[in-house]
Write a protein that binds this ligand. Structure first.
Ligand SMILES: [Zn+2]
Ligand SMILES: [Zn+2]
Length: 420
């Protein structure tokens, strides 16, 4: 598939409240034309759908010009080709070849809460490991900006630990400033709201309450984003998560790997949530160190796919799922995990194909089960498909790379044959 074909797909990454809005955003050019025709025939809703589509175009940013109507002439085929699936591609607006891939950890601690490393040492350690993006997420404490570390104080817990477990602590609790620009890094403001189900809060200085929904509402009012952390520590039903994701647009993600893989059931929970929310409401998966000491650093990260390294580009990638998650159980000294180079979606032929290097296996997961293996998958040959499909790549040393979920909406004969 050519770059033009890939870039024609746009995905706003927003929660969509109505079926009409969904249709305008997720479908390919060919399908849009089909649906617009149907809508118009059904009572004049076509123009609303079409204007919705036009409104989506600029969301594609730098690559939106590829959406020009002259890019192809699908009209003749529209009458004869009915796609069996509408595939929502979270990467559809990316230019994999031109964009950069940046290592990001969105969950880590320092001595301003219960970590054992001072903030500047944490930052230096991540930089040395090639990370470009770091969110320090101390418990209910905003360790930001990096240029003011020297004015911050260690937590009372850290002060006590200087006596009780001195061997685990730094020699001093004096902090040094760091300048992310000079380090070639993006520093994300945030913290871990910890008085309820732990939750990462980003682009916000809000420090939380004991009520999760109050914290969510305040984070949103503060212009922040939020991700639920290590759900395996709690015993909440799937529906509890589904409700939250449906109600809070800025709740963009779920941690599916934490501190190595402390809660392996978190991917199963993620799948169960996706089963209920996709394709309308994607929930992006993340892998985070949740580092409290040096031994936790460098086992988990997220590779962000960005047109440039900037706070704005990172935020957009978090909102839209422009990332894949990585688990490297042997840490920085272990073998390098696979690198995802592209996922090519062809919804006319209902195929998805992974291009990667360093992988030994590709599994495709839908409805919580592996439905196929191999780099390329044809949906019409699969059984047991749910409302999404995602790929997991395996590499040397037990490394795992996971894509974000692709939404699946059957249409035509596929819709009739599926129990949905
Ligand atoms: Zn936590
Ligand atoms: Zn934590």
């Amino acid at each position: 598939m050519s770059r033009d074909e890939r870039s024609r797909r746009t995905w706003s990454g927003r929660v969509l409240s109505s079926a009409a809005a969904l249709v305008t955003v997720v479908v390919s050019t060919v399908t849009v034309l089909t649906i617009v025709l149907v809508s118009a025939a059904a009572g004049g809703a076509g123009s609303a759908v079409l204007s919705g589509l036009n409104a989506v175009g600029p969301a594609g940013g730098a690559i939106a010009e590829a959406d020009s109507p002259g890019a192809e002439s699908p009209g003749a085929e529209t009458e004869t080709t009915e796609p069996l699936w509408v595939i929502t591609d979270p990467y559809g607006e990316l230019d994999w070849a031109a964009y950069g891939q940046y290592k990001a950890n969105l969950h880590t601690h320092t001595t301003t809460s219960d970590g054992t490393m001072n903030p500047h040492v944490v930052v230096d350690t991540y930089q040395a490991l090639g990370y470009a993006v770091l969110a320090i997420t101390d418990h209910d404490e905003v360790t930001y900006p990096w240029t003011a570390f020297s004015e911050m104080r260690a937590s009372s817990l850290s002060s006590r630990r200087m006596f009780t477990v001195a061997h685990r602590m730094p020699k001093s609790l004096e902090f040094e400033d760091r300048d992310p620009d000079r380090m070639g890094m993006v520093a994300i403001q945030g913290n871990e709201l910890s008085m309820h189900h732990h939750m990462g809060s980003y682009f916000s200085d809000y420090r939380g309450t004991a009520d999760l929904e109050a914290s969510l509402a305040a984070t949103a009012a503060n212009g922040g984003l939020a991700m639920l952390f290590h759900p395996g520590r709690y015993n909440r039903p799937v529906e509890w998560y589904v409700e939250l994701y449906r109600r809070y647009d800025h709740l963009f993600g779920l941690e599916v790997y934490n501190q190595g893989d402390r809660y392996p059931g978190d991917r199963r929970l993620w799948d169960a949530i996706l089963d209920r929310t996709m394709p309308e409401r994607p929930v992006w998966g993340y892998s985070n160190d949740d580092a409290h000491d040096l031994s936790h650093i460098g086992l988990n990260w997220n590779t962000l796919i960005l047109p440039e390294l900037s706070v704005e580009a990172v935020r957009r990638a978090m909102e839209r799922g422009h990332s894949y998650f990585v688990y490297a159980p042997l840490g920085p000294g272990g073998p390098a995990p696979p690198v995802l180079e592209a996922v090519t979606v062809d919804d006319r032929n209902a195929t998805l194909e992974v291009t990667a290097r360093g992988h030994t296996q590709v599994d495709w997961v839908s409805s919580g089960a592996v439905v196929a293996s191999g780099e390329r998958v044809a949906l019409d040959e699969l059984e047991g498909l749910g409302a999404y499909i995602r790929a997991e790549l395996r590499g040397a040393g037990g490394t795992v790379v996971g894509t974000q979920p692709f939404g699946l909406l059957p249409s035509g004969p596929a819709a009739a044959s599926l129990p949905r």
